[in-house]
Design a binder for this molecule. Structure first.
Ligand code: HEM
Length: 96
């Protein structure tokens, strides 16, 4: 687990394995949206993806590159692990 304590709170690196507690039930479009539009879980009406992830080079990858990563992640051994919820301080906590 990778906790990042930052001025806007603490975020935790997530489970990217193929388990349901990871990206097992995600659709490809969700994965691309999560990174390109910086939306939590790649869904509309969710909070923004926070640092350090929102500053990672991965967000600048092309659709095709992200599709390739997503396809690979779907082949990984499922690992059940629910990362702790981010603790966001105001004003980050009120953003959506
Ligand atoms: C190619 C490399 C990477 C990919 C494809 C990737 C992908 C993702 C995705 C899709 C999420 C969103 C998960 C969700 O919404 O449930 C996420 C979150 C996160 N990632 Fe990464 N990640 C990568 C590398 C990294 C690295 C190197 C770090 C740490 C140095 C990191 C730290 C985080 C953190 C802290 C979050 C949670 C952010 C939040 O709570 O808003 N990631 N990552």
């Amino acid at each position: 687990m990778f906790p990042a304590r930052l001025p806007w709170g603490t975020t935790y690196a997530v489970n990217l394995t193929s388990d349901a507690s990871g990206i097992g039930s995600w659709k490809e479009e969700q994965f691309i949206k999560a990174l390109h539009e910086r939306k939590w879980m790649g869904l509309d009406n969710t909070r923004p993806l926070m640092p350090p992830m929102s500053m990672m080079p991965a967000i600048k990858m092309s659709d095709d590159e992200l599709k390739a990563i997503f396809a690979y992640l779907k082949t990984t051994t499922p690992v059940k692990n629910i990362a702790p919820q981010a603790v966001l301080l105001p004003p980050a906590a009120s953003k959506s």
